[in-house]
Design a protein around this ligand. Structure first.
Ligand SMILES: NC(=O)C1=CN([C@@H]2O[C@H](COP(=O)(O)OP(=O)(O)OC[C@H]3O[C@@H](n4cnc5c(N)ncnc54)[C@H](OP(=O)(O)O)[C@@H]3O)[C@@H](O)[C@H]2O)[C@H](O)CC1
Ligand SMILES: [K+]
Length: 534
C-alpha cells in the first residue's frame, strides 16, 4: 500500500530530524542521484558524459537537485544547473561548482529587459531539451499555487517545444530527455493534485520521506510517471491523507474458501440491474459477480430479462431469497427522464426494496443490514442519508447530479478538476462511501480515502461500470458482516475491486481495446494470479 501524507505532516515529521541536524538533504539527494544512474543505465546511457540539466528553484527542492547534480558530476556527467531565482540553495550550488558542474543563472542581470531574458530562456530551453536527463527541482512541498515567474517561463518553453506530430504533450520524451521530478512535479498541488498552470510531465518522480496526496490524485497523478518513494527516516504516526492499494494488499486480503464454505459463507449477491430496454447491464453485472467468485447471484428483474440472464449465465437464479450484498442500478434509468409508468420494468421499485433491505429497514425476514453497491439509476433511489456500507459508484456526471440535487453549486468540470474534494463532499452529505470513477478512481469513506490508478484508458468503454459494480458486489458479499461492522472497510473493499477490475482489463487485452464482457471474463485469472502471488 502507498500511503500519502500532507505537506504539513511531512514537514512536522522532518522537524525533529532537522533539529537533530540529521543530514536529510544529503540523504535525499544521494538517493535521487542513485536513481538517476539506474535510469541512465536502463536507457543504455553511460553516466560518464551524460548530459544532465538541473532546473533549480529558490528553495530546498532546488537544493536537492543541486546536490544530486554534484554527485552525478563527480561520476563524470556533464551537469548544467539553470538557476531560475536569485536565491538558489548556496550549499548545493557550491557543491555542484566544486564537482565541476556548469551554472546558467537566468537572474544574473536583473536589470536586463524582459525581451533579453526571454531570449536567454529560449536558448536555455533548447539546451535543456537536448539533455539526457532533466531534474525538475523548481518547487517541492513549499509550492504555493501554479508555477510563476521564471520557473513558469522555463517549463512553458520546454512544453512549447515541437513534440511529435500527434501533438504529444511529452515533447522532452520526443527528444529523448528523461525527466525526473524532485519530490513532486513542480506546479502540481502537493495536497490535492490540482494543476492550474505549466507542469513538466515527469517520467519518474522521486519523492522523499513519504508520498504526498497530489502524487496519487488526478490530474497531477497523470504527470508523475513512475513513483519512487525514498525513505529518509521520517516517522509519520498520523493517519495518511490518501492511500493506494497495491496488488500485494489485495492478494493478502482476498477471501479464499475452504472445505467448510458454502454459497452463503462465500456471499450471495442480489442484483437489480437492466431493463427490457437495457438488458445488457443485467448480463454484465451478473456475469462479473459470478466470475468474481460470488457464492451465488440472484437476479431481480423482469421475467424476460431474467430468462436472458440465466440463458447466458446458468449459475444465476431469479428466485428471491437471502443475500449478503445488493447491487442496485446498472442499466436502470434514473433522473428526470424517468416516467414512473413502467419504462423501467418496475426496477426502481425493486431497487428501493433492495436498498431498504440493505439499510436494515425491513428487519425480520429480510435479515439484517448488508452492503450495497448503488450505481447509475440507483443513485436516484437513495434516501437523504445512507450508511457507510452503501458504496455509491458514480462517474463525474452522476456525482455532479447527485451533489446538485443536494443543493451544491458544482459543475462536471469542477468534479473532474478536483475529484477527491467532491467525492469527500458527497460522502459528507450522504454518509455513504463514495467511489468516483475516472482515470484515477477515488474512494472516500469515513476517515479514509483511496486513489487507484490500475486500469488502462481502454476501460473507458460501455458497460465497464456495470462490470465493476458486479465485481464489487461479490467482494462485499464475501465480507458482508465485517463491512457492516467496520465503517471504513467498505472503502477498502471498493478500492480493491477497482484494482482487480483495472488489472483484469490489462489482462483481457494487454495494451489494446477491451470490451466490458472481456474484462469480466478476465477477472478469474486475475484473482488467481493475485491470490497465488500472496
Ligand atoms: N525540509 C528539509 O530540510 C528537506 C526538504 N527537502 C526538500 O525541500 C523541499 C521543500 O523545500 P522548501 O525550501 O520548503 O520549499 P520549495 O523548495 O518547495 O519551494 C519554496 C520556494 O519556491 C518558491 N515557490 C513557491 N511556490 C512557487 C510557485 N508556484 N512558482 C514559483 N516559485 C514558487 C518560493 O518562492 P516565494 O517567493 O514564494 O518565497 C520559495 O522560494 C522538499 O520538496 C524537498 O525537495 C528534502 O528532500 C528533505 C529535507
Ligand atoms: K520539483
Amino acid at each position: 500500500m502507498i500511503r500519502a501524507w500532507s505537506a504539513a505532516d511531512v514537514r512536522a515529521a522532518e522537524e525533529p530530524l532537522l533539529a537533530a541536524r540529521v543530514p536529510l538533504m544529503e540523504r535525499a539527494s544521494f538517493t535521487l542521484a542513485t536513481q538517476v544512474v539506474r535510469d541512465l543505465r536502463a536507457r543504455r546511457t553511460s553516466v560518464r558524459g551524460a548530459r544532465v540539466a538541473l532546473l533549480v528553484g529558490a528553495g530546498n527542492n532546488g537544493g536537492d537537485a543541486l546536490h544530486a547534480g554534484a554527485v552525478l558530476a563527480r561520476r563524470g556527467a556533464a551537469v548544467t544547473a539553470v538557476l531560475t531565482s536569485g536565491r538558489s540553495h548556496a550549499g548545493g550550488l557550491a557543491a555542484l561548482v566544486r564537482a565541476g558542474g556548469r551554472v546558467v543563472d537566468l537572474c544574473a542581470s536583473p536589470q536586463q529587459p524582459a525581451s533579453v531574458v526571454q531570449a536567454v530562456v529560449q536558448a536555455v530551453v533548447q539546451d535543456v531539451a537536448a539533455s539526457d536527463v532533466v531534474l525538475d527541482g523548481l518547487v517541492g512541498i513549499g509550492a504555493r499555487g501554479p508555477l510563476r515567474d521564471l520557473p513558469a517561463d522555463v517549463v512553458s518553453g520546454l512544453s512549447a517545444l515541437s513534440g511529435t506530430p500527434e501533438g504529444d504533450d511529452r515533447p522532452l520524451r520526443a527528444q529523448g530527455a528523461w525527466v525526473v521530478a524532485v519530490d513532486i512535479p513542480s506546479g502540481t498541488g502537493v495536497d490535492d493534485g490540482f494543476v492550474g498552470g505549466p507542469v513538466l510531465p515527469a517520467d519518474r518522480t522521486v519523492t522523499f520521506g513519504a508520498a504526498k496526496p497530489g502524487l496519487l490524485l488526478p490530474p497531477a497523478a497523470g504527470l508523475v510517471g513512475e513513483l519512487t518513494v525514498v525513505d529518509i527516516g521520517l516517522r509519520l504516526d498520523v493517519e495518511p491523507a490518501v492511500r493506494r492499494l497495491e496488488a500485494a494488499d489485495v492478494a493478502r486480503a482476498w477471501p479464499v474458501p475452504g472445505g467448510a464454505d458454502h454459497k452463503y459463507t462465500r456471499g450471495v449477491v442480489g442484483v437489480v440491474a437492466g431493463t427490457t430496454t437495457y438488458p445488457g447491464a443485467a448480463l454484465l453485472t451478473t456475469t462479473a459477480a459470478v466470475r468474481a467468485g460470488a457464492g451465488m447471484v440472484r437476479y431481480r428483474g423482469s421475467d424476460d430479462v431474467g430468462r436472458a440472464v440465466v440463458g447466458a449465465r446458468p449459475e444465476v437464479v431469479t428466485a428471491p431469497g437471502r443475500v449478503q450484498s445488493w447491487v442496485v442500478g446498472p442499466g436502470v434509468p434514473g433522473g428526470p427522464d424517468v416516467d414512473e409508468n413502467g419504462n423501467d420494468d418496475g426496477q426502481r421499485e425493486r431497487g428501493r426494496g433492495g436498498l431498504a433491505a440493505a439499510a436494515g429497514r425491513l428487519g425480520g425476514l429480510a435479515g439484517g443490514p448488508v452492503p450495497a453497491v448503488v450505481d447509475a439509476g440507483g443513485l436516484d433511489l437513495l434516501e437523504e442519508t445512507s450508511p457507510p456500507w452503501f458504496v455509491l459508484t458514480p462517474h463525474a456526471g452522476e456525482l455532479t447530479t447527485l451533489l446538485r440535487s443536494r443543493g451544491v453549486d458544482v459543475r462536471r468540470a469542477d468534479v473532474e478538476a478536483e475529484p477527491l474534494r467532491w467525492a469527500r463532499r458527497a460522502h459528507e452529505l450522504t454518509g455513504a462511501t463514495v467511489l468516483l470513477k475516472g482515470g484515477v478512481t477515488v474512494v472516500v469513506g469515513p476517515g479514509v480515502a483511496y486513489a487507484q490508478a490500475d486500469g488502462p484508458g481502454w476501460l473507458a468503454t460501455a458497460g465497464a461500470g456495470d462490470v465493476l459494480a458486479g465485481v464489487l458486489g461479490a467482494m462485499l458479499a464475501a465480507r458482508s458482516d465485517d463491512v457492516v461492522a467496520s465503517p471504513a472497510l467498505a472503502a477498502e473493499v471498493a478500492a480493491a475491486a477497482v484494482l482487480v477490475h483495472g488489472r483484469a482489463a490489462h489482462r483481457a487485452n494487454p495494451g489494446g481495446p477491451v470490451a466490458a464482457l472481456d474484462v469480466a471474463h478476465a477477472v478469474p485469472a486475475e484473482v488467481a494470479a493475485l491470490v497465488n502471488s500472496a
